[in-house]
Ligand binder design. Structure first.
Ligand SMILES: Nc1ncnc2c1ncn2[C@@H]1O[C@H](COP(=O)(O)OP(=O)(O)O)[C@@H](O)[C@H]1O
Ligand SMILES: Nc1ccn([C@@H]2O[C@H](COP(=O)(O)OP(=O)(O)O)[C@@H](O)[C@H]2O)c(=O)n1
Length: 419
């Protein structure tokens, strides 16, 4: 095991580390070197004399890595002393796609041995790299020690590096592993993930069986296909129902009804697996759309835009500006997924959306902090919605009365789809 870690470590000196100390600011970027740099100390404003650690999952298996990383946060939160802060961390090669190894950075102010005990146990039993960080010497510079894992837990220090500041990369690290981790751009890529899960998530088998029986859709439909998108409580259900009636259309949704027995199960899975499930849902819905659009117009409540926008917004940490730029390949439409004729996104101010959620009896107990984090998340979802192409969505003001929204949308449909 130690040898394998060493071989990866050889590359590690070309990696940059990013720690998210504050979600509203840039991460702190640092690299490893054999000598300290002249530049100011890396953790100057965020760390005092705490002992710090970092943990990275070491596995070449994508599913194992995703499962273990998801569970690790819960385990750490439960077992570490409360004075130990758990921060998200990425190790990556700047601007190199698929190079991110996700991990956690621990800022330990507990002055107890409990943290070392928990980490020693992880080292002994689990596929992790553990590093400790110490602030030493007269010039108070930080260094990183990489520990080997032995049967006793903490083994020996394999490598010792000086921690030096690194440049902010052009692309935020959380954007580097979106493709085929958070968003899937072909049926096959999503299908493969669920196939690999069959042993650990038995429900995957039933989902794959349904997907195997899906209807294949033609590229072109006889009748228009109109997708309604938007955040929760923007009025999608209300509008899709009235539109369906007004146009004599068929109403479908993604994920389709036939996946509902498994949705809650896959919602508890890490993004890789959860997103693959929703991606497959779109292909099932596409089959139904192809069938129905032979006879009537089709209205679809959420489709690809929801899958991609939520996945991207969740994957991309921190500020709105961290999203991949407009025109990036992550906003492209999967080549093998039926394209609708028109996509409309319902947009509402956050005050009106909160009011509607409250009328519906939800979100009443949300803490201020959570609201703030959610505000940032919603902004990212809406921005991602607007950047997705092929077809791009048309934004509709959803604040007027239900009937006014319907009339406005009917006008748009007549104009764009000649209905
Ligand atoms: N145009 C509108 N004006 C005022 N309230 C609305 C409007 N559209 C929907 N609502 C109400 O807002 C809530 C959320 O609407 P809903 O259609 O369930 O949204 P979604 O399907 O997007 O979650 C419901 O209580 C609904 O009655
Ligand atoms: N086509 C879809 C639909 C939903 N989703 C996911 O499902 C969540 C939204 O579902 P929801 O149940 O809140 O939707 P509504 O109740 O607002 O219609 C989002 O977090 C998306 O991640 C998806 O990925 N793809």
């Amino acid at each position: 095991m130690a040898r394998r870690m060493m071989s990866r470590l050889g590359q590690w000196s070309s990696y940059v580390f990013a720690v998210d100390f504050d979600m509203n600011s840039d991460p702190i970027y640092f690299a490893l070197a054999s000598k300290h740099s002249e530049r100011p100390q890396v953790f100057r404003n965020v760390l005092a004399d705490e002992i710090c650690y970092s943990l990275h999952v070491q596995s070449d298996d994508k599913i194992e890595r995703a499962k273990f990383y998801g569970g690790l946060k819960n385990k750490l939160s439960k077992e570490l002393p409360p004075e130990c802060t758990i921060l998200e961390m990425s190790t990556f090669q700047p601007n190199v796609k698929d190079s991110v190894i996700k991990g956690y950075f621990l800022k330990d102010a507990s002055k107890s041995s409990a943290t070392e005990r928990v980490l020693g146990e992880l080292l002994r039993n689990d596929p992790v790299y553990v590093c400790s960080y110490l602030c030493e010497g007269e010039d108070r510079q930080w260094s990183q020690h990489l520990w080997s894992n032995t049967e006793d837990g903490w083994g020996e220090v394999l490598e010792k590096y000086c921690v030096v500041p690194a440049e902010k990369p052009e692309h935020h690290p959380s954007t580097l592993n979106i493709i085929n981790y958070d968003v899937f751009y072909s049926f096959e890529d999503a299908y493969k993930v669920l196939q690999q899960c069959v042993d650990i998530i038995p429900e995957s088998k039933a989902v794959l069986e349904l997907v195997d029986q899906r209807l294949k859709s033609k590229e072109k439909t006889d009748f228009p296909v109109i997708v309604i998108e938007g955040l929760d409580a923007t009025g999608k259900t209300t509008l899709t129902e009235s539109l369906t009636e007004a146009l004599g259309a068929t109403l479908l949704k993604s994920p389709p009804q036939c996946l509902s027995p498994w949705r809650a199960r896959f919602d508890t899975e890490p993004p890789l697996i959860r997103r693959a499930f929703y991606a497959l849902g779109n292909y099932l819905t596409a089959g139904q759309i192809g069938q129905e659009a032979r006879q009537t117009p089709v209205i679809v409540d959420r489709y690809w835009h929801s899958t991609a926008a939520y996945a991207i917004a969740t994957a991309v940490g921190g500020k709105l500006g961290n999203l991949p730029q407009a025109g990036s390949e992550v906003y492209g439409w999967p080549g093998d997924l039926l394209r609708p004729s028109l996509v409309l996104m319902l947009s509402l101010s956050s005050q009106e959306r909160m009011r509607r959620l409250q009328v519906r009896g939800q979100d009443k107990t949300m803490e201020e902090e959570e609201l703030e984090a959610n505000h940032l998340f919603r902004q990212k979802v809406e921005e991602a919605y607007q950047r997705i192409e092929g077809p791009a969505c048309v934004t509709v003001d959803a604040s007027p009365s239900p009937d006014q929204v319907l009339q406005q949308v009917l006008l748009l449909i007549r104009e764009k789809c000649h209905l």
